[in-house]
Design a protein around this ligand. Structure first.
Ligand code: ITT
Length: 241
């Protein structure tokens, strides 16, 4: 296995990599294609530095490895991220990165929070979920005193790296502060991006490019912290080998 004190090897072609191959693989465990796009760009420096090959759940499915979805349901983003990462690490035997993330709206007492993916109802489309949130927020704001009327909100991400059978893990968090727009705008990004305006901007996240979003986002901040911990990550990946 390559270690960071050795000369980095050129990562193998990820299309030819499978769990159990004799070089270091990192599984990105998310079924959200919006997250996959963002992480593929965000993780590049870490993958190169540690000579890691990134596999997605889609890559594994294409090779015949298909896993049941993880059970979430914990009260915090970090606990849910750990549940996801351990679930897929145990099933795939690959060191696994997973995130749990969501939008917290101050006037809605932090909702949808850890329930962001299921807000309204399971199976709603992203635009319908955003519309429901706008309707709920407008209703709530009408009922509040003037001084409490705020559209402030933040995105939060907890990112966890776990390994099969290990309870210890590495975790990083990131936040992006901003406010909820009056109406959806923009066609980029995913989830609640069309209704979220980052602080200091007048566009929604869905109007920014992928690289602009990654530069300021909650996910970008978590990865920035993870990069600073690359020696810890290297040691963690080497545990039990
Ligand atoms: P995985 O569990 O497979 O990663 P998921 O979409 O279910 O996919 P989460 O449980 O973390 O992921 O749910 C987070 C939800 O919060 C997600 O479905 C989006 O609706 C929303 N969300 C998270 N990050 C977001 C972002 O950067 N931009 C817009 N919406 C986001």
């Amino acid at each position: 296995m390559p270690r960071s004190d050795q000369k980095p090897q050129k990562p193998a072609d990820p299309k030819k990599v499978s769990p159990g191959d004799p070089f270091r693989v990192l599984l990105l465990a998310t079924s959200n294609q919006g997250k996959v796009r963002e992480y593929k760009a965000l993780l590049k420096p870490l993958l190169v530095k540690l000579s890691l090959n990134l596999l997605t759940l889609g890559d594994l499915k294409a090779r015949g490895f298909e896993f049941p979805e993880a059970r979430e349901g914990a009260q915090s983003f970090t606990e849910n991220a750990f549940l996801k990462a351990r679930h897929y690490a145990d099933l795939s035997s690959c060191p696994t990165l997973a995130d749990d993330s969501g939008l917290c709206v101050l006037a809605l007492d932090g909702a949808p929070g850890v329930l962001s993916a299921r807000y309204g109802a399971v199976g709603l489309t992203d635009p319908k979920r955003s519309q429901k949130l706008l309707t709920d927020l407008d209703k709530k704001l009408l009922s509040l005193n003037t001084q409490n009327k705020t559209r402030e909100a933040y995105f939060e991400t907890a990112l966890v790296l776990a390994k099969k059978g290990l309870d210890n893990h590495l975790a990083w968090t990131g936040r992006l502060h901003g406010s909820i727009a009056a109406a959806p705008k923009g066609a980029g990004g995913f989830g609640y991006d069309p209704i979220f305006i980052p602080r200091g901007y007048d566009q929604t996240l869905a109007e920014l490019s992928l690289s602009e979003k990654n530069r300021l986002s909650h996910r970008g901040e978590a990865i920035f912290k993870a990069l600073k911990d690359s020696d810890l990550i290297d040691a963690f990946l080497g545990q039990g080998e």
